[in-house]
Ligand binder design. Structure first.
Ligand SMILES: NC(=O)c1ccc[n+]([C@@H]2O[C@H](COP(=O)([O-])OP(=O)(O)OC[C@H]3O[C@@H](n4cnc5c(N)ncnc54)[C@H](O)[C@@H]3O)[C@@H](O)[C@H]2O)c1
Ligand SMILES: O=C(O)C[C@H](O)C(=O)O
Length: 356
């Protein structure tokens, strides 16, 4: 039986809802979507991933599609967004997935979003520092943040693209220029450092990593990654050798993966896991859940630097409280001075880039 004019109209409406025009699927049988009854506006948050077709973006998109707090998931990239979108949209979970390809579709991707997660940009190869990515990724982050300022200025932004110590100041400057800057809503994602610290500390102590909580402060690169091993929960102590081993391993966790991947990129799967853990905490904060505390690289008055990673309390408006570092031991105090010296340079580099 041929679908009626009314049914054809419904197909067109539904297709337009699920896919922007250039991503629409061919309707070869004339049957598939005719029988669909689109359900409108499920409750939940609207989340966009920018760089969704990349090594982090794809598993991150898959995991966000599984998050019951997400009602709409927008997948934006400059390549391969239609393929990733088609694939992920077949998962039988609640979030409605839509794909957006290339700069002309950025505004549609961003309009109405509550949370924007940014893993767009190039990753490291062996021998490179995160700062070596600055020249390419700074411009990418600036363009994407200009879109956010225009289309969803109240969204929470989770910035993953490296070098985080510079890209977060870049984003802040873009938002200031646009008159939309709210420091509470801009969060550099340092969760992978915490995830690694929990894992490595649990190995040393012979514990389940899920029982371990290690605050990691400072920034997200080399010596700026400062695990506070004196504040580990459950309370414990380490020998000087254990402290040295753990600090080095946590600070060089990214390089460990870059070298193991031997030119094929940097951490993607553990990063997607960490990004989802952090995004879920942000969404629970937005929902109004109490007591959500995670580490993130944010605007800060904890030190003399304008940005610093430390524990923050996540709420309806983002990072509502930035916690002090608490008591540090001598080893950590020396580490803090080293971290601040390097961080100051990276932060200034980001600020200068946008003011040029
Ligand atoms: N914060 C962290 O802890 C952390 C951890 C791992 C990786 N990273 C960083 O995340 C970034 C992405 O890593 P990856 O492994 O996914 O890289 P990737 O190359 O696999 O993916 C990046 C994606 O970004 C897309 N992209 C490039 N320019 C874009 C633009 N202008 N707009 C939208 N998308 C664009 C690419 O097409 C690609 O799909 C890198 O900068 C990496 O260093 C950060
Ligand atoms: O190390 C990298 O370049 C990627 C990321 O910052 C990481 O910590 O794994």
């Amino acid at each position: 039986m041929q679908p009626s004019a009314e049914a054809n109209h419904r197909i067109a409406r539904l297709s337009a809802h699920l896919y922007p025009p250039n991503l629409q699927m061919e309707e070869s049988s004339g049957l598939s979507r005719a029988n669909c009854r689109a359900k409108g506006g499920a409750p939940g948050f609207k989340v966009a991933i920018l760089g969704a077709a990349g090594g982090i973006g794809q598993p991150l998109a898959m995991l966000m599609k599984m998050n019951p707090l997400v009602s709409a998931l927008h997948l934006y990239d400059v390549v391969n967004a239609p393929g990733v979108t088609a694939d992920i949209s077949h998962m039988d979970t609640g979030a409605v997935v839509r794909g957006f390809l290339g700069q002309p579709q950025l505004e549609n991707a961003l309009t109405g979003m509550d949370l924007v997660i940014i893993p767009a940009g190039v990753p490291r190869k062996p021998g490179m520092t995160r700062d070596d990515l600055f020249n390419i990724n700074a411009g990418i982050v600036r363009t994407l943040c200009e879109g956010i300022a225009k289309c969803c200025p109240n969204a929470i932004v989770n910035l993953i693209s490296n070098p985080v110590n510079s890209t977060v100041p870049i984003a802040a400057e873009v938002f200031k220029k646009a008159g939309t800057y709210d420091p509470k809503r801009l969060l550099g994602v340092t969760m992978l450092d915490v995830v690694r610290a929990n894992t490595f500390v649990a190995e040393v102590l012979g514990l389940d990593p899920r029982e371990v909580d290690v605050p990691v402060v400072g920034g997200h690169s080399g010596v700026t990654i400062l695990p506070l091993l004196s504040q580990v929960k459950p309370p414990c102590s380490f020998t000087p050798q254990e402290t040295e081993y753990l600090t080095n391993r946590i600070q060089n966790g990214g390089t460990e993966v870059v070298e193991a991947k031997a030119g094929a990129g940097s951490a993607t799967l553990s990063m997607a896991y960490a990004a989802v853990k952090f995004a879920d905490a942000c969404l629970r904060g937005l929902r109004g859940d109490a007591g959500i505390v995670e580490c993130a690289f944010v605007a800060s008055q904890v030190t003399e630097l304008p940005f610093f990673a430390s524990k923050v309390r996540l709420g309806r408006t983002g990072a509502e409280e930035v916690y002090q570092l608490g008591p540090l031991n001598e080893y950590e105090r020396i580490g803090l001075e080293k971290a601040k010296k390097e961080l100051a340079v990276s932060i200034q580099k980001g600020i200068s880039f946008t003011r040029k």
